[in-house]
Write a protein that binds this ligand. Structure first.
Ligand code: UDP
Length: 357
């Protein structure tokens, strides 16, 4: 059986790493990896292929840097051409980026079954490009593999249920377990950045709603200055560009670094006293590593983390934002774990082989 995998953005490389490892040791299963080129900087792309042992992509479509419409359109054309050449038995897409939607749409139109990993997540905010991508992808997928029960319930409310929906757990948890240990053994990032374990806050900011609105971005930077600790901020290229073009100054307690490889990132997550982020993946990784998280958004897809008390939603639009950010949240409840058993990637492959093998 041949699976065509579409990746393009940082979180997809990390998710694909866990599943590709299982594919490579499964008999009679071949994977053809297509990189759309959505993320193209070496530290947003190549580093993950090297560090996480992902097979080099057979195709790189070189589509990146355009608007959502330009990117999605050009990817659609490129992915269709690859599929017509490769004749895969199924196409595998991850998450909620333009690459996810382009892959799913190209495949569905020529009757190649679409497998969506991380199906069923919803923010219920259609102004987010990711929400549009994930809703549309779910509605044209043949097999929807969810990370948790909330996602299954979201799909049921939209009339998607039955055998095509399977709750396999979260492939990012597999990655956190596998690479978390490796990070402790090999990462030098704490000494390189002169950080004490549990003595700093790890922050990331890259969501369009935060980066493209100068008021929100300024408030987030002001908020970081209220944290009583050093803040490490691995800066996404879009955020760096916006900070420069708005002419903002970085607060004195904020240490900006280039985007990090996953191993160093995991190490920083594990040893932070607090994570402050607008990333979907980083919210969850904070929880996997037992670190409280402040989510700098109006809503989150990972609502179970808010219910468990590990994640506190704090909108930069909130009037009291600058006061609230200074209150360090306590850890949440333990003993419940909504994301599977760390073997989600195996379950992804089992489900695909059963459905289409
Ligand atoms: N990440 C990383 N280096 C960084 C920032 C993030 O390796 O400098 C990882 C992070 O650990 C997580 C993933 O990238 O696994 C999250 O990606 P991102 O925040 O770009 O996207 P989102 O999860 O919001 O879709």
């Amino acid at each position: 059986m041949k699976i065509l995998t579409i990746v393009g953005a940082r979180p997809q490389f990390i998710k694909a790493a866990t599943v590709s490892r299982v594919i490579s040791r499964t008999e009679d299963l071949a994977e053809v990896m297509v990189h759309t080129g959505q993320h193209f900087d070496a530290n947003m792309s190549d580093v993950f292929f090297h560090e996480l042992d992902i097979p080099p992509p057979a195709y790189n479509l070189g589509v990146g840097g355009g608007t959502h419409g330009q990117n999605t359109g050009r990817m659609l054309e490129g992915i269709e051409a690859v599929m017509l050449k490769e004749h895969p038995d199924a196409i595998l897409v991850y998450g909620d980026t333009d690459s996810t939607l382009a892959g799913a749409l190209a495949a569905a139109k020529i009757h190649i079954p679409v497998v969506h990993v991380e199906a069923g997540l919803r923010s219920f905010n259609r102004r987010m490009p990711e929400e549009v991508n994930r809703q549309l992808t779910d509605h044209i997928s043949a097999l929807l593999l969810t990370p948790n029960d909330v996602a299954v319930a979201n799909l049921a409310k939209e009339g998607i249920q039955g055998e095509q929906v399977q709750n396999v757990g979260d492939v990012m948890y597999d990655a956190a377990l596998f690479f978390g240990q490796k990070a402790e053994e090999t990462s030098q990032i704490l000494s390189r950045l002169a950080l004490d374990s549990k003595g700093y806050v790890l922050a990331t900011v890259h969501r369009q709603e935060n980066t493209d609105d100068p008021k929100r971005l300024q408030r987030i930077l002001d908020g970081f200055s209220r944290l009583a600790r050093p803040v490490v901020l691995p800066l996404h290229p879009r955020t760096r560009q916006r900070i420069a073009s708005f002419g903002f100054t970085i607060p004195a307690n904020v240490q900006i670094v280039d985007p990090l490889g996953y191993i160093d990132m995991v190490m920083l997550e594990k040893h932070a006293c607090l994570v402050a982020t607008d990333s979907g993946g980083v919210q969850k990784e904070a929880y996997f590593h037992g670190v409280p998280c402040l989510t700098l958004r109006d809503e989150t897809e990972w609502v179970e983390l808010v219910q468990l008390g590990w994640n506190t939603l704090l909108s930069p639009a909130d009037e009291d934002f600058l006061d609230k950010i200074a209150v360090v949240p306590a850890p949440g409840v333990t003993g419940q774990f909504p994301y599977g058993n760390g073997k989600a990637a195996e379950q992804v492959i089992d489900a695909i082989v059963k459905a289409f093998g």
